[in-house]
Design a protein around this ligand. Structure first.
Ligand SMILES: Nc1ncnc2c1ncn2[C@@H]1O[C@H](COP(=O)(O)OP(=O)(O)O)[C@@H](O)[C@H]1O
Ligand SMILES: [Mg+2]
Length: 326
């Protein structure tokens, strides 16, 4: 009979420098709850911990039953814990203005008499732009380095992978941009009568951007500092989602911490005379548990009971720590 080889707590104790923790999985499986519980556990270990969300649709205020929007906020009743829903709309607006300025500068530099607005619109209407803003927010918080541990309530899975994959793409793209900018600049210097070097804010921006992305990638691919955990239910779809996800992450060299199985009906609550509906569901879960042991052998970190109520508020999170970090 398969069992948990290494629990959540064991894994994290074996990685004492762990600093950036993420939860992925299908919608509704308990990612936000797991992020909350894990953040509470880290705080209880005496580490300055921040539970942060970059999603445009936040759920941390709901989870904690406390408003944590817009700034890192002390979580009531949990020493060492802060929570922070980052205002993505605001970042997007600021990035738009920023990009507009740079494009305007570039058009002037290249002596192109076109309005910047059309370029700005096409650059910022892209859905990747919002993801990029979310990624920048996350990276900014990581670089400030004001906490010991960062637990992120990630965006839905497909986005998270794209976000991280993007750092590689950015780097390639920016290097190429830099090269052609450098060529354009030397040509311009060659042709100009005044030999003085011109300031190039666009180039400076690209260099700093590439460096930031490189730094982020370094942190996010370090298995001593970073771990992505995947949450599933004992059901077909959520299992398929995290399988795909784990493969993607391996490809990107992003450390996978393991798998958490949530909402498992407790056998000791079910008897021969329990309703057929409940007995059928238990049988279904049993079958999928077999699949989970097969597919994720050695990487299952916790099996968590389905409670008779939602998990909301810090007391509920503290109570759930006993299950998740048994
Ligand atoms: N083990 C559990 N038992 C009972 N309710 C749970 C359990 N885990 C999560 N929930 C509830 O399920 C809902 C979805 O959880 P959530 O963490 O918001 O999922 P996600 O972030 O993956 O969309 C929430 O109402 C949460 O309180
Ligand atoms: Mg969530």
């Amino acid at each position: 009979m398969a069992g948990i080889e290494k629990s959540m707590a064991q894994y994290l104790r074996e990685h004492p420098k762990m600093k950036f923790v993420f939860f992925g999985g299908k919608g509704g499986v308990g990612k936000t709850v797991m992020a909350g519980v894990t953040a509470v556990w880290f705080a209880q270990q005496g580490r300055r911990t921040i539970l942060a969300s970059t999603n445009p649709v936040h759920s941390l205020s709901g989870l904690l039953a406390q408003n944590v929007f817009g700034q890192p906020t002390v979580v009531n009743g949990v020493p060492n814990l802060w929570a922070y829903e980052i205002d993505t709309k605001d970042t997007i607006e600021r990035s738009k203005q920023d990009i507009k300025q740079k494009i305007q500068w570039f058009l002037k530099f290249a002596e192109i008499s076109t309005q910047a607005d059309a370029f700005v619109e096409s650059a910022t209407m892209n859905p990747a732009f919002e993801e990029s803003a979310m990624f920048e927010n996350m990276v900014e918080l990581m670089f400030k380095d004001e906490y010991d541990v960062y637990v992120f309530d990630t965006a839905p899975t497909a986005n998270a992978r794209r976000l991280l994959g993007m750092s590689k793409v950015y780097s390639l793209w920016v290097n190429k941009m830099l090269k052609s900018r450098e060529e354009a600049r030397s040509l311009r210097e060659l042709l100009s009568f005044t030999k003085k070097k011109e300031a190039d804010p666009l180039m400076d921006y690209l260099v700093s951007f590439r460096d930031r992305m490189g730094r982020a990638q370094k942190l996010l691919t370090d298995n001593q500092l970073t771990a992505f955990f995947f949450v599933t239910l004992p059901e077909a779809l959520p299992i398929a989602v995290i399988k795909r996800f784990i493969n993607w992450f391996h490809d990107f060299g992003i450390p996978v911490g393991g798998v958490v199985v949530n909402m498992v009906i407790q056998k000791n609550q079910v008897h021969a005379d329990s309703p057929e509906f409940v007995r059928n569901r238990v049988a279904m879960q049993d079958a999928y548990m077999t699949q989970i042991w097969n597919d994720f052998d050695g990487n299952v970190r916790a099996i968590l009971p389905l409670l008779d109520n939602e998990i909301r508020g810090t007391q509920a999170l503290k109570d759930f720590v006993k299950h998740a970090f048994a």
